[in-house]
Design a protein around this ligand. Structure first.
Ligand code: RAT
Ligand code: ZN
Length: 414
């Protein structure tokens, strides 16, 4: 059926977006076999590092004293400060309310204990099913870090037991701290040296291949500082060009670069202490141009980088841009970025990932993004309707499936 009426268009786009089951191509959640690495429940939601940062906007407590408290006590303080003593209007605060409401809990009661009781009576596997269903998520890509001892141990014993959770090899320590981490590699039986001689290069490649195989990695990923530049005479640049690029090419997997994070600008805040800076787009151009047979997925953290990143994707078909990452995952920015990307690239990008660290966050991150992106799509279809072009419901379904599922899988070549 041709859609010519804007009111009907709006209903159909919203319906399609609501029914859509997305592939969430970057998260920090794990399947059940990862035990306590899979975070879920109200206390985890409340102690999300985004909220910890916001808590310290109001609290004068010593960071160290806060750190020493149990998770439950920290959650109590955050609840009291960010929800009771001030209205929860920030995106991360509102997110908690969306989760509670979508689970059918009484948000108006403000009864933290009753929320806790709800989660106490839940089994992990039932809850995973429930969250995936409510969030409209088909599958998620994890962030798998072999340098994390507890995660490494799971991969070497039980491994992943749930097909809905896909692997991605995260290699920040290898690229950003090689001078420390090569000793770790040695302990694991790789014959590497501090200096990147021939043997070391081959052994780093062997390490990467072993882990890509072990976890069934869909891609290799790293987060990088604003100062990241290439080519340069640095260990990082050499590892990228001599190890990562050839292995990604050989195994036909993308290299995902998340660029723009300044780690620990306030180290006392731990995970909540990272910030951002504007990065150098030329590094993305250099890599895409120099290695046309390689695939790159890129997201950047600074708002100021978004336009040039979208333009770079117009120049290089081996570049897939994705997501409104971290500090950009705010409604006003998601709306802006999505508009600009659609206007620049049409439907050839991945508009969003959740970055969920706590399972339950899939619910709010996808509920919020879905609605904003649906509204932007309505506008874009309306504009072409005005020229006399008609779209069909099937075409809208195809388009949103492409944005939230197929663009990712096709880019991977799967
Ligand atoms: O968004 C976040 O939770 C950050 O702490 C980071 O994990 C970031 O998404 C990353 O993947 O490095
Ligand atoms: Zn992340």
């Amino acid at each position: 059926m041709n859609i010519t009426d804007k009111k009907i268009l709006k209903e159909i786009v919203h319906k399609q977006m609501e029914n859509l089951e997305v592939t969430d191509m970057h998260t920090h959640i794990y399947s059940e076999s990862f035990n306590e690495l899979l975070l879920w429940g109200i206390d985890e939601l409340l102690t999300y590092h985004y909220l910890v940062a916001e808590y310290f906007r109001y609290s004068t407590m010593d960071y160290a004293d806060f750190k020493q408290l149990s998770k439950r006590d920290q959650a109590d303080l955050i609840w009291d400060t960010l929800f009771i003593k001030h209205s929860p209007v920030s995106e991360a605060q509102r997110g908690v309310l969306t989760v509670l409401s979508k689970l059918g809990l009484d948000v108006a009661s403000r009864d933290l204990e009753s929320y806790r009781n709800y989660f106490d009576n839940m089994s992990t596997s039932d809850y995973i099913d429930q969250v995936f269903k409510i969030a409209g998520v088909k599958e998620v890509v994890m962030t798998n870090d072999p340098f994390d001892t507890s995660e490494k141990q799971i991969w070497e014993t039980v491994g992943n037991n749930d097909e809905r959770f896909k692997g991605a090899l995260r290699i920040d320590p290898l690229l950003n701290q090689y001078d420390l981490q090569y000793l770790q590699l040695q302990k694991w039986g790789y014959d590497v040296d501090f200096s990147l001689n021939r043997r070391t290069i081959e052994e780093i490649k062997r390490f990467l291949k072993d882990w890509i195989k072990k976890i069934g990695a869909l891609y290799m990923a790293v987060s990088l500082p604003p100062s990241f530049t290439m080519p340069e005479d640095s260990t990082r640049s050499k590892i990228v060009e001599q190890c990562i690029i050839p292995i990604c090419r050989e195994l036909n997997i993308p290299f995902s670069m998340m660029i723009g994070v300044n780690k620990l600008v306030n180290y006392e805040l731990g995970l909540a202490g990272d910030s951002l800076g504007k990065s150098n787009i030329q590094v993305v151009e250099y890599l895409c141009r120099t290695y046309p047979e390689n695939k790159f997925m890129v997201t950047m953290l600074s708002k100021e980088n978004q336009h040039e990143l979208a333009i770079t994707a117009r120049k290089f078909r081996n570049l897939m841009i994705f997501g409104c990452w971290w500090f950009l995952n705010n409604p006003s920015i998601v709306e802006d970025m999505t508009r600009m990307r659609l206007e620049t690239l049409g439907l050839s990008m991945i508009p969003q990932h959740s970055d969920a660290r706590v399972l339950d966050q899939l619910i709010y991150k996808w509920t919020h993004s879905r609605k904003i992106i649906a509204n932007v799509l309505v506008d874009k279809y309306s504009d072409i309707l005005e020229s006399g072009w008609h779209v069909t419901e099937e075409e809208i379904e195809r388009d949103v499936e492409d944005l939230f599922v197929n663009n990712f899988w096709k880019f991977l070549g799967k």
